[in-house]
Write a protein that binds this ligand. Sequence first.
Ligand code: SAM
Ligand code: SF4
Length: 449
Amino acid sequence: MYLPRDSVMDTRPRLETFHISTYGCQMNLADSSTLASALLTRGYRRVEDETAADLIILNTCSVREKAEERVFGRLGELYQYKKTKPSVRVAVVGCMAQRLGGDLRERAPHVDYVLGTDRLFELPDVLEGIEGASPIMTAFGHENLDQIQPIKETPYSGFITISRGCDNYCTYCIVPYVRGKERAHSDQYIVDSVRKMADEGVVEITLLGQNVNSYRFNEIDFPRLLERVAVETPIKRIRFMTSHPKDLSRRLVDLMAEQPRILPHIHLPLQSGCDRVLSKMGRLYTLDHYLKIVEYIRRRLSYVALTTDLIVGFPTETEPEFEQTLAAVRTIQYDSAFMFRYSVRPGTTAARYDDDVPEEDKIRRLNTLIALQRDISYQQNQRELSQVRHSLVEGFSRRSESRLRARTEGNKTVLFAADDTIKPGDIVPIRVTAADAFTLHGELAEGMG
Ligand code: SAM
Ligand code: SF4
């Protein structure tokens, strides 16, 4: 229940403004937006300049050690900052808060609030001293799924979290521990939310989940949900992520072939090209199964962008096994990939394995993989040349206001000459005229604008 701020007695200095920094994935961005709107609803003001904030919120990621170290680095700076401005309050929310709970304060005693992934939306209650709300909260089971509002990344693109948590327990991964068991929003809630956003001018929606393919609400599975969104709402473009290879069905691919509004991009994490490593990772598919999905996707969809996640240096991974990953990447020809070296996550199954691949081997393997993928991305982008890609305009290029930046159906950035008649939110046909490994360059396709 939300009470107006003024109705609560609070003897501490009145907080007016807040700033949120978000670390990690789209899911965290979505959570930050929901948290921001909860605070705005209660009368707090969001500021872009951290030094103007009475409350500094860090929404954190635990997926790799480096992500946590980055937050501790930031907390170190805030320790110094708080000496100069003692009234400022610091909240650590999300995955790291969930994982470390009160222990976080042992390393960072200046942190005022620690709220886990199920509790961060209660921050306004905590600030206002509402009964039952305390500065450190990490217990699961308090989440009200419907409180988690769909968010607009921009006035014309939005994200909807269709499910939270994960039941897969890949042996290296902290997500099931910090985000809890998988739970789904109802299909009706999702369809209504998409329709509402479309009515408000959103043209592109991304359906988010750790494993969207295992979505289930009563009788509704993910292809059926997507179909409802595509058929029953006026939204122009639909994306989804992330897909798990063990659950991606042919029905989903068939639906993508039938429904042009479902954009032809599939993020399908492979993690490793070696069956023994995949098994030890608990991924529950083989390379052969994965290749068969890719073959079906490419057969059914005339154009599709495939992207992936890969981990090198998983415990016991040998050099020949790493080479199997390189070979798989050569075979599959991804458009792009997120590549990581294995990082031990305390509490996971893999944390009990000997982290026996030396750090220098992990770094070398990662660099080799990145170089290979860069070449492949370049080649894949060359295949875009002279194709027309219907692209959603996002704004100006970061380097120049004479170029506009747009996102293709395959989720690639394309830059083209700015034109007064084109504005953010427009979907325009762009003919690709040049490409490097990371960006496409193009021009407005004549007669199609
Ligand atoms: N649910 C998605 C999935 O299954 O792919 C994304 C989960 S995670 C936030 C994103 C990626 O981080 C994973 O796909 C994996 O490649 C990587 N990752 C997760 N745990 C890791 C670890 N302990 N060390 C290195 N990379 C890790
Ligand atoms: Fe982590 Fe695996 Fe779940 Fe993805 S599917 S969030 S990698 S446990």
